[in-house]
Design a protein around this ligand. Sequence first.
Ligand SMILES: Nc1nc2c(ncn2[C@@H]2O[C@H](COP(=O)(O)OP(=O)(O)OP(=O)(O)O)[C@@H](O)[C@H]2O)c(=O)[nH]1
Ligand SMILES: [Mg+2]
Length: 250
Amino acid sequence: MMKPYVPPTRLDSVSIILPVINETVSLRKTVETVLGDVKRELIREFIIVVCKRTTPEAMTVAGELQKELAGLVVVLQQKLPFLGGALRDAFDVARGSHLIIMGSDLETNPDDVHVLIEEEQKIPAGIVTTSRWIRGGKFHGYSPIKLLCNWIFQRFFSLLYGTRLTDMTFGFRIMPTGLAQAIHWEEVRHPFNLESIVKPLRLGIPVCEIPTIWNPRIEGESQNPFFRNFEYFRIGFKARFADKNSFWRT
Ligand SMILES: Nc1nc2c(ncn2[C@@H]2O[C@H](COP(=O)(O)OP(=O)(O)OP(=O)(O)O)[C@@H](O)[C@H]2O)c(=O)[nH]1
Ligand SMILES: [Mg+2]
């Protein structure tokens, strides 16, 4: 039996989770930006999550960062598959009081990491997530059709959950590590991004948004073909109507 979850009362340090497939300069830029903006004592670690599909070039950068930043970088070989699996495996080794979910392709703008941390310090038991739809947020280089679908998705899920959140499918947020470890997660692919916000919402965890600007990646390609976006509905519906007591790990 897991011990019942006790919400943290303060933010001590942060574990920053960086899943990597084919990013090199983007991975390095992400880490360096965070190091430039956030006080060292607040950074517990960067967890760079790799898998069999991670390219040799990306592995090299991960190894270099691990050497350069002795003790600050953990390179984790994921056991569960896909993006959700990478994040979930990282949850179980994270040692910070809080963790940040993001990518290493610069689509999750590393300039906002320090803002996430500052906002989380105000609500350490809650979640601070990013939105490209609120004032100050923006999408660059999204096709009109992708933009329209995204808007419809967001409106649909916010109505379904009765929340004012505007970007629940975007995986760039900070939450208490204990919470991430206490929840029973189901998704292993990209829809995990939605699961990781809707389950806490249903559990009554406070969630607020900060704006973020999305830019398309400058290297490598996405692991998320467009048609897969429809798979978000499965967990979206399931988590909405499930008994929320079943969301805790046993
Ligand atoms: N370790 C690991 N990293 C992954 C996996 N899938 C994706 N990633 C990384 O996670 C980040 C986000 O993945 P993307 O495939 O770009 O997906 P996305 O940005 O959510 O979606 P797009 O809007 O289509 O780009 C990138 O840095 C990927 O390299 C995976 O299975 N394992
Ligand atoms: Mg991407």
